[in-house]
Design a protein around this ligand. Structure first.
Ligand SMILES: [Ca+2]
Ligand SMILES: [Ca+2]
Length: 254
């Protein structure tokens, strides 16, 4: 029931995403997601979400940012993916991080399960040119440069030889059959949904925060997910509210 409630909420969220320009979606009810809690301080807005799976063996932090089985968005439409994390230690090989998973729609060929096609993981663990400082926000991105994310297709466990996002979408890239599959034309896979997660295997030791998840499209549009403790009214809403109060006062005087 809880999962159904989540999908209904996320379905409404997905339907509410307009198709042009930058769409900022503020997620401010962490109780709808598994093992996350809001905390002060964020890389955008006033706050972020922290993993609460710490100290709970087998638990992981997880949530769908959007879920749309009817989406016509293809992976080839996505030009970049970014997100920010903040951990109490600098990045090292024994401490994993939040990662993003992009699920594609099942099409009857090389599907990972009946309900999804491919699950592409963007994991800081295998990033290129890592530069991460303790107690600071680190941006992980599919773009070339510092902290460039590699991507791998589950059930691969990921590796330092996994492709970059651009390589994955390039038909000429030589897939290794593990991290990515030659039989799959990733660029034409349709997006099913985007989820954040920590791994359950290390959920008992992970501490860290997540914020500012950005999906950029090749047509210039972008989605921004701002994880917050609570929504702050938009300035325009505050202005309208102020105008309403003024009209109310004027109305009472007349
Ligand atoms: Ca497929
Ligand atoms: Ca935030």
């Amino acid at each position: 029931m809880k999962q159904l409630r989540k999908l209904v909420v996320l379905g409404i969220l997905a339907c509410s995403l307009p198709s042009l320009a930058t769409t900022i979606t503020t997620l401010d009810d962490s109780s709808l997601f598994d093992n996350v809690a809001a905390q002060p301080g964020g890389s955008i807005g006033d706050s972020s979400w922290q993993a609460t799976s710490f100290g709970t063996p087998g638990a992981k932090s997880f949530g769908w940012l959007n879920f749309d089985p009817a989406s016509s968005i293809m992976l080839g439409d996505i030009s970049a993916v970014r997100f920010d994390t903040n951990k109490p230690i600098s990045h090292n090989s024994s401490e994993n991080d939040f990662y993003l998973s992009l699920y594609t729609q099942a099409d009857g060929s090389n599907d990972g399960a009946g309900w999804y096609g491919n699950r592409l993981n963007l994991d800081p663990f295998y990033a290129i040119n890592i530069d991460s400082t303790a107690d600071s926000w680190t941006t992980w991105s599919t773009d070339a440069g510092t902290n460039q994310l590699r991507v791998y297709d589950y059930p691969a466990a990921g590796s330092y030889t996994a492709p970059t996002w651009d390589e994955l979408l390039d038909p000429g890239y030589s897939d290794d059959g593990v991290n990515s599959l030659a039989e799959v034309d990733y660029a034409s896979e349709k997006l099913l949904g985007i989820a954040f997660s920590t791994g359950s295997a290390w959920g008992d030791s992970f501490m860290g925060a997540l914020d500012n998840i950005v999906i950029e499209f090749s047509n210039g549009d972008s989605w921004v997910f701002d994880l917050e403790a609570s929504s702050v009214p938009e300035p325009t809403s505050v202005l309208l509210l102020g105008a309403g109060m003024l009209l109310l006062r004027l109305g009472r005087r007349s």
